[in-house]
Design a protein around this ligand. Structure first.
Ligand code: GTP
Ligand code: MG
Length: 522
């Protein structure tokens, strides 16, 4: 029996800690070293950031010839790649091969001619292209899609699949971030970094959360972390002789106050100078202070935080888990979509379970399979199709009243307090990441999980071939509860409802006892 994934004792780079296990010096083999993504999270982030710095965003006229557009821009230097997308107008993202090309383009760009309002002369990398003379050309650019599919489109794709397993993968394919969407996210961070750099020239604005942890879906928010560490550590090693030079600085009583002050001025800057940033809200009294705004051109809802390095570490951890096997992501995407379809999650903060908590629950569930699926990947091959059903069975019958979820150790533990749902923060172990969740929201989750397990159990008996025109598999799961009961009732129900629930509960119980025995019998 291999140990479940060992987490870090302190936040640093997750991948490095895991790679250390590859050394023969008495370390424990975790069995998945070769599956850790080859590119380190920080390397991937730095590469993408450097690409983004060579990239510009251009609002284009509706009728544009792609060829002429590229020829015009190439005056400033060779173009590495580009794409167009639509979001209240036509936009182009153009990545030059060299940074100097951006400077050259900026030098040749005019401030807008004066109208009724006065322009703030801020020279960003977000441009507006106009035609000097109207042309009769038809626009024939190929658009890159930045939006998630509609429910109708999704349901069509799901109904065309051949098994529930196929449905999970199809859902992942439809919703996962595209290369272009990822580029747009890094570019947006880079544009915000330009603004923050007016105050803190060496700052870095990094995306974190689902934009980079491989669990993001098209349309998800863009979480940004303003990293001032570069500024803080800039000259730590450059002391010589007996002298030590320090900056004269203002001091404040706590980290929190420093964070609030920094975010407050950046918020003002975004509001006043940054083209395309609208609806800027400073939410400085939150547990984790943030500035929230919409970046109109990209369509992203952005949350900017600082002094939040732990969140970056969590993102790296999930990035590694996501890379272990695509089925991990398929299961997370499906559970998240299922939760959204039943209003278990919401875009408004409140007593609901968050996507982050749901992701942690899936990981915990995969760690506690018998044998554990994270990290032993061989098991995934055989278990893939059953995972969704088992996930619902597992949490449909989890002793939330007394146990907490512990990702560090991959096992249940007694709850340290009376929060309805307790998921220990793997990096700040005295905190509960789902402290906000109310008893009634948790109960709703449990009820829906039980119902969904039951629906999938019926699928085992039927599947697509037996379903005729009825929604099946994931589609049946995503419909409102009433509709499920009705259609499945018509299709397969022979026993009275109470009987069915009894059978289901029995099956969940026996399943659970079996798992329990297996886990403890080793
Ligand atoms: P989306 O719903 O797709 O945005 O998922 P997300 O993972 O990006 O979640 P969200 O935007 O709510 O939070 C962004 C990141 O902040 C998460 O990925 C976590 O790293 C971190 N985070 C969110 N909620 C918590 C929490 O309650 N505790 C801690 N420690 N970190 C959190
Ligand atoms: Mg997010």
């Amino acid at each position: 029996q291999r140990p479940v994934l060992r987490l870090l004792s302190c936040p640093g780079t997750v991948a490095e800690d895991l790679r250390r296990d590859e050394q023969p010096s008495g370390s424990v083999e975790t069995g998945f070293e070769d599956k850790i993504p080859k590119k380190r999270f920080s390397e991937m982030q730095n590469e993408r950031r450097e690409q983004a710095q060579r990239t510009v965003l251009i609002h284009c006229p509706e009728k544009i010839s792609e060829k002429k557009f590229l020829k015009y821009l190439s005056q400033h230097g060779p173009i590495n790649n580009h794409f167009f997308y639509e979001s209240f107008g036509l936009y182009a993202v153009v990545e030059f091969c060299q940074k100097e090309s951006v400077r050259s383009l900026q030098n040749e760009t005019h401030a807008p001619s004066k109208g009724m309002e006065v322009a703030i002369p801020f020279r960003s990398r977000f441009f507006n292209l106009k035609l000097k003379n109207q042309t009769s050309e038809r626009s024939c650019v190929q658009m890159s899609n930045q939006l998630p599919p509609s429910s109708k489109k999704l349901f069509e794709v799901l109904c065309d699949a051949e098994s529930v397993d196929d449905q999970l993968n199809a859902l992942l394919k439809e919703f996962q971030l595209t290369e272009e969407n990822t580029k747009l996210r890094y570019l947006t961070c880079s544009l915000i970094e330009d603004i923050a750099a007016a105050y803190f020239p060496d700052c870095v604005v990094r995306p974190f959360g689902s934009s980079v942890n491989t669990f993001g879906k098209l349309g998800c928010d863009l979480d940004m972390f303003l990293d001032l560490n570069e500024t803080r550590n800039l000259s730590t090693n450059k002391t010589s002789g007996n002298f030590l030079m320090e900056f004269q600085v203002k001091n404040v009583p706590s980290e929190r106050i420093a964070t609030q002050k920094i975010l407050s001025v950046i918020g003002e800057c975004l509001d006043n100078f940054s083209p395309g940033c609208v609806g800027v809200q400073k939410i400085l009294n939150a547990r984790c202070p943030l500035v929230r705004f919409s970046h109109q051109a990209s369509g992203f809802q952005c949350d900017l935080t600082t002094n939040n390095r732990i969140a970056l570490t969590s993102s790296e951890l999930l990035y590694i888990y996501g890379a272990l096997d695509s089925r991990v992501r398929a299961l997370v995407f499906t559970v998240r979509y299922w939760a959204r379809a039943h209003s278990l999650t919401s875009s408004i903060p409140g007593a609901w379970i968050t996507n982050f908590s749901l992701t942690m629950m899936v990981i915990f569930f995969l760690q506690t399979r018998s044998p554990p699926i994270l990290p032993t990947l061989d098991c995934l091959q055989t278990l893939a199709e059953l995972l969704l059903k088992e996930f619902f069975e597992y949490f449909g019958n989890f002793a939330f009243n007394k146990n907490s979820i512990n990702i560090r150790q991959g096992r249940e533990q007694n709850k340290p307090d009376s929060s309805p749902l307790y998921i220990q923060n793997p990096f700040e172990t005295s905190l509960n990441i789902s402290k906000n969740v109310s008893q009634s929201q948790l109960q709703k989750f449990v009820d829906l999980a039980q119902e969904s397990a039951w629906i999938l159990q019926q699928e085992d008996l039927g599947g697509p071939s037996m379903s005729g025109n009825q929604p099946w598999g994931l589609v049946a799961l995503l419909l409102p509860s009433g509709a499920n009961r009705k259609s499945l009732g018509k299709k397969k129900s022979r026993k009275p409802a109470s009987e069915k629930v009894k059978v289901l509960l029995e099956s969940i119980k026996s399943n659970r006892t079996e798992n329990f025995t297996n886990t403890n019998g080793k």
